[in-house]
Structure formats: C-alpha cells, structure tokens
Design a protein around this ligand. Structure first.
Ligand code: GTP
Ligand code: MG
Length: 196
C-alpha cells in the first residue's frame, strides 16, 4: 500500500463531528506518550502532521486524519492517551467514557491499534483496555513500539512478556517510529482491512 496524501480532518469531541462518508477507520489507543502520534507520522511519512510532544496528555479529542492510499481512502483516528497521572480523575473518567463510546459504537471502525511500549510490562491500564476491547469483540492489533530502544536480540523476550501479561496468543507487531521497523507489516495489515 502506498499513501498518496494525508491531511488533518478535525479534532472531534462528539459523534456529530465524526465523518459520515463511511470510509473505514483505524483507531489508535495507548498510554499517554507511548508514541501513537509518532506512529501516524511515520505511517504517512510526515514529520509532524500528527502533533507529538514530550509533554504527555496533549491529545484530548479524537483527531481524525484523512488518508488517501492507492488501495482505498481511510481514516486514522488518534485517541486521547490514557494513564496520564497529572489530570484529575473526573477528567480521566470523562475521556475514558468518551473513547469507549466511540470504540464500542462506531460502525466504520475496522481495526484498533493498541500501542504498547516494547520496553515495559503492559500497565494496569493497558491490560484493562485490552480486555475491554476483547469483550467488545473489536478487531485489535497490539503494536509494540519504540523497538529502536531495545536490541534486536531482546525483542522476542519483550514481546513474549507482553503476550503473557495480556494473556494473548497473538504476537504483537514490532514497530519503531524512529527507525521504521515494522512499517511494511503495518501497511500490509491496514491494506487488508481497508480494501474495498
Ligand atoms: P499523547 O498524545 O500524549 O497520548 O502521546 P503519544 O502516544 O501520541 O506519543 P507521541 O507520539 O507524542 O510520542 C511521545 C514521545 O515518544 C516523543 O518524544 C516521541 O519522539 C517519542 N517516540 C515515539 N515513538 C518513538 C519510537 O518509536 N522510538 C523512539 N525512540 N521514540 C519514540
Ligand atoms: Mg499524541
């Protein structure tokens, strides 16, 4: 799959702002600062279309990116990161409910990419999110990102740990926004799902 064009559509804060053209949507979920926006930028080969920052907790809406590819048009939906300690509990619960409502009800949603840091054991929030996605019967692919931070010889051990913690038989996709590891695999996966 080749990405032809990518643009920021809008930051949606409610269903009335979701697109109504029915193009497939791929959502990204994960802890704050894990690298969701960086993954999007790498995928669409743009330095900073999806805003990244060293300051976590910046994305507070569903950021829709409209993608034109040689296969089909689709949307990438960057969801607010969870698990950021420095927002109030009521704020957190509000976002959580908002994200869950979107994920559970959104008809054009074809894939949820759950992004996890390959270096660390999945957090409680990661595990809770993964279980919730499974309960909803949503199609999920776990992406173990920041692989450039771990020597290649240790990838296997790290991904096995992630699989054990999530109690998932499926191998995570090993990825790095920094080096581009896993980019082709990610594109292949998306291609399969957005094909008309
Ligand atoms: P929120 O929007 O706050 O939820 O964060 P996010 O998940 O979008 O993370 P973001 O993409 O902004 O990345 C957070 C930090 O991690 C930035 O400093 C990135 O440069 C860095 N980062 C992201 N992906 C990678 C990666 O694959 N390798 C390395 N080394 N750094 C990365
Ligand atoms: Mg982000």
């Amino acid at each position: 799959m080749q990405i032809k064009k990518a643009s920021f559509l809008r930051g949606a804060v409610g269903p009335s702002q979701y697109p109504d053209d029915g193009f497939p949507e791929i959502a990204l979920v994960g802890r704050s600062n894990v690298g969701k926006s960086s993954l999007i930028n790498r995928l669409i080969n743009r330095k900073n279309l999806a805003r990244t920052s060293a300051q976590p907790g910046k994305t507070q809406q569903l950021n829709y990116y409209a993608i034109q590819s040689d296969i089909a048009p689709f949307y990438l939906v960057d969801c607010p990161g969870y698990g950021y300690a420095r927002v109030s509990r009521t704020e957190k619960e509000k976002w959580q409910a908002f994200i869950e409502k979107y994920l559970a009800n959104r008809v054009p949603l074809v894939l949820v990419l759950q992004v996890i840091d390959i270096r660390h054991e999945p957090s409680k929030d990661d595990i809770a999110m993964f279980n919730w996605l499974m309960d909803q019967d949503l199609p999920v692919a776990v992406v173990a990102t920041k692989a450039d931070k771990v020597p290649k010889g240790k990838w296997q051990a790290h991904t096995s740990k992630i699989m054990r913690a999530l109690d998932s038989p499926k191998k995570p996709l090993i990825f790095s926004a920094e080096s581009g590891i896993g980019l082709d695999q990610l594109k292949d996966l998306i291609e399969e799902l957005v094909e008309p």
